[in-house]
Design a protein. Structure first.
Length: 82
């Protein structure tokens, strides 16, 4: 049986949420521009792309709020964010 203390911690570069958020938002931005310029897929497709961008903005906001809570030393802050 593997003890939890035997499992090494992931490197910091693999734990960062920023690269995932940025790549996702850039992908949604490219998709939104492509759909908007070409008209491919119609209004519903454009709406889905805009919602994807909104989710990226929401995710970024949550990460920034949690990071500021960690810096302030809030007891309710998410653990593991530097």
């Amino acid at each position: 049986m593997v003890d939890a203390s035997d499992i090494p911690e992931l490197p910091r570069a693999l734990r960062l949420p920023e690269p995932v958020i940025v790549v996702g938002m850039v992908a949604w931005l490219v998709a939104t521009i492509t759909v908007w310029i070409s008209g491919w897929g119609g209004d519903r497709t454009l709406a889905v792309c805009l919602v994807g961008l909104a989710v990226g903005v929401l995710g970024t906001t949550i990460v920034l709020v949690q990071r500021s809570a960690v810096r302030r030393g809030d007891r309710t802050a998410q653990q593991g964010l530097d």
